[in-house]
Design a protein around this ligand. Sequence first.
Ligand SMILES: NC(=O)c1ccc[n+]([C@@H]2O[C@H](COP(=O)([O-])OP(=O)(O)OC[C@H]3O[C@@H](n4cnc5c(N)ncnc54)[C@H](O)[C@@H]3O)[C@@H](O)[C@H]2O)c1
Length: 309
Amino acid sequence: MRNILVTGGAGYIGSVLVPLLLNRGYNVRVLDNLMYGGRALLPCFAHKEFEFMRGDVRKIEDLRTAIEGMDAIYHLAAIVGFPACKKFPKLAEEVNQESTILLEGLRHDRPMFYASTGSNYGAIVGDVCTEETPLNPLTIYGTTKTEAEKYLLNRGNVVAYRYATAFGVAPRLRLDLLINDFAYQAVKNRNLIIYEKTFKRTFIHVRDIAKSLVYALENFNTMRDEVYNVGSNDMNFSKEDVALMIKRRIEYYLHFAEIGKDEDQRNYEVTYEKINKAGFQTTISIDEGIDELLKVMDVIDVVNEYSNV
Ligand SMILES: NC(=O)c1ccc[n+]([C@@H]2O[C@H](COP(=O)([O-])OP(=O)(O)OC[C@H]3O[C@@H](n4cnc5c(N)ncnc54)[C@H](O)[C@@H]3O)[C@@H](O)[C@H]2O)c1
């Protein structure tokens, strides 16, 4: 498998995955409608093996052109995160769910790698989620990703990864992700108010996500037709834990509000034994990720540019 299509390759994860694939000698074609711009991919254009196609995964003719000559597909294109999906519910359904079905109908025997999400678990308290835990998505984002994942797993010839919440610096930097957002607010506003501080989440660095996707490509035969939680057993933390990790590094006003509710009600812990048994381990800690985020905040001026909403 040398020729690789990445849908949504200009996004937060894609902007780290695509250079990694190019550096490993793959020929990479990105299909993306550039809803957040394309600057994150600029360095890739210097590679002869890189090809960019501006298009829409909702259009069957764009998908057909994009998969021509490709050996495998990373399907990352999506409306990502609960605020963006809440704001554009119809678009979320079309992009996250219906386009996945369209793409599935065209790919024939080509392996697919699907970026699913731990959001599918919703709120599961008192138990640690394994891949067998019944899914309980709480949002349109979770529902559309769950449906697409189910569809692909039924069809087979796929590896589906349920990711922890990503963090860390990438060429397209998202600031709506919990750790990235806390670091941004601590540096820029010197102020962070946290609701439901005990809510637990699980995290993975964006470079580890990219590495796990390459790992699946290179170990497809042993990993195929399964879903894996992807993250680290050492990185299940509460919101309070994360805020305090940042506070150990920089001074800012931190308030844990007793009254009030976070719109994002996700609260779950996850085990990553299955992916570890398959041979993949994450390498980057939250502490390292926070250090790099704090360093980068000085060069970021405009928050909206990096928003997913
Ligand atoms: N970042 C995370 O924490 C996380 C966690 C779990 C799963 N995921 C999944 O990983 C994938 C990538 O997420 P991300 O964080 O890079 O998000 P992102 O929003 O940065 O990237 C999504 C990309 O998809 C593109 N896109 C959107 N609609 C499109 C359309 N109609 N046609 C073509 N391209 C389109 C966007 O332009 C963007 O480049 C998504 O499928 C997401 O559900 C992300």
